[in-house]
Design a protein around this ligand. Structure first.
Ligand code: SAH
Length: 429
């Protein structure tokens, strides 16, 4: 099937942007420009697994010629062939672009070849790093749009953004099983989407696809550190793998720090890193108590006594307010909240929330302390985010930016795909 793009959408495709929004379609797919649904601002956030789904349930009923997963050929004024992609009948993203060349045909063999390339890169990147959990395929960033695959020891967990690859899964599975099996992966599971109805009665969000049953929970290794991952019920595909290198950085920064505060600590990745790095006492704050239970098992697995540290189930803003009132001070604070800006429209509010948070954090950061502030929203640029860490916000003038980090190599992006570069990790000292 052919889909004719507007000039703007065609230019983006030429640059290598992998998405065509519905309003970028001039004609074709049974879904023309008359809809003009203006969903551009609704694409989700790169990190929390809700990327680009927009409003679901608004089927392409106008004409409805194409079904999710159909191969479409893209054209535009003066460009009879722009590329090839897969159609999504439901998502705000109508087409995810796979290639801009005529050959080879877009079939499971072509996709399998790209996957093999992605896996082979990881073989090299993670050789000898004592790391058994990493992203095997980062969808668009690995030129396999929509397909995210994370490895946890002998298990691989797939997450699909949008619907277009779901009809392909059966055909791709034998290729995946072979390529991953050769690398020691025995089981493959499928993670339900963030808020999807894919959760069964006991809250499990993981469906079995191949091999022995996947464990609900397991320990992986990350840069030499043991880490419990909740595959069945945890966030994302189980862990925030994108903070791996930043956790290693925190481990180094924690040496000799007496009191460390990890806000939004989830399964305690930054906490155990700080403890192993030599921090005296680490306080982990998260609103989810199950996350603390997981963190404590991770502490024990690494030979660290959780009783020597503190796990607080509380709202981070409330905690900071009380900590300040008590006069508590910390000499290293890690602050990695969930995305405050799931859409472009939410941006002003999100910036305000980051500011309030950073003001409160700065009030409990001791003189000479280090602040690690993270943002995982692609709608907040690095400059936007730094503006929420300026002197006026922090009410102090003694800090400097020591480093700005992002996501690790197993979360690659494309030059034109700015949405993929979501993670900011700013170290102020
Ligand atoms: N830093 C973590 C990831 C954080 S994810 C890591 O590297 O693994 C965000 C976490 O914030 C979740 O665990 C969620 O339970 C928690 N959370 C969300 N809102 C919160 C709030 N207002 N106060 C405290 N924790 C919150």
């Amino acid at each position: 099937m052919r889909v004719h793009l507007t000039a703007t959408a065609a230019a983006a495709v030429r640059r290598g942007h992998p998405w065509v929004y519905r309003d970028g379609i001039a004609d074709g797919g049974g879904h023309g420009s008359k809809r003009g649904d203006g969903k551009r601002g609704e694409r989700g956030d790169g990190k929390r697994g809700e990327r680009g789904d927009g409003k679901r349930g608004e089927r392409a009923h106008r004409g409805g010629a194409a079904a999710s997963g159909d191969v479409v050929e893209l054209s535009a004024e003066g460009a009879p062939f722009l590329g090839r992609g897969l159609w999504d009948a439901d998502s705000a993203i109508a087409v995810r672009v796979f290639q801009r060349t005529q050959a080879p045909p877009l079939d499971e063999r072509a996709i399998a070849e790209r996957l093999e390339r992605a896996f082979a890169l990881r073989d090299g990147w993670f050789a000898g790093r004592d790391t058994t959990a990493y992203r095997l395929c980062n969808g668009e960033g690995d030129r396999v749009p929509s397909l995210v695959i994370d490895r946890y020891e002998r298990a691989a967990v797939i997450r699909l953004d949008g619907d277009m690859l779901a009809p392909w899964l059966d055909r791709l599975l034998p290729h995946l099983a072979r390529a991953l099996g050769a690398r020691g992966v025995r089981s493959i599971g499928l993670r339900a989407r963030a808020s999807a109805a894919g959760e069964d009665a006991d809250g499990k969000k993981l469906a079995h696809l191949h091999g022995p049953p996947l464990p609900d929970r397991l320990f992986v290794r990350e840069t030499g550190v043991a880490m419990e991952v909740d595959l069945a019920r945890g966030q994302k595909t189980g862990a925030f793998l994108d903070q791996r290198d930043n956790r290693a950085r925190v481990r180094a920064l924690a040496a000799g720090r007496r009191r460390v505060l990890n806000l939004f600590s989830y399964a305690g990745g930054f906490s155990v890193a700080a403890a192993l790095g030599g921090a005296g006492r680490v306080t982990s704050v998260d609103s989810a108590s199950a996350a603390h239970a997981s963190a404590q098992r991770t502490f024990r697995e690494n030979g660290v006594d959780p009783a020597a540290h503190e796990f607080v189930t509380a709202d981070a803003f409330d905690f900071l307010e009380k900590a300040r009132a008590r006069g508590d001070r910390y000499d290293l604070v890690i602050c990695d909240p969930p995305s405050f800006a799931p859409s472009e429209r939410a941006k002003p509010r999100a910036l305000g929330a980051y500011r309030r948070l950073h003001t409160a954090v700065a009030r409990v950061l001791d003189r000479g302390g280090i602040l690690c502030a993270a943002s995982c929203s692609s709608h907040i640029t690095a400059e936007d985010f730094l503006a929420t860490l300026d002197d006026a916000t922090l009410e102090r003038d003694d800090l400097r930016i020591r480093a700005i980090h992002g996501q690790p190599e197993d979360h690659p992006t494309l030059p034109a795909w700015w949405e993929g570069r979501y993670l900011k990790f700013v170290v102020l000292e």
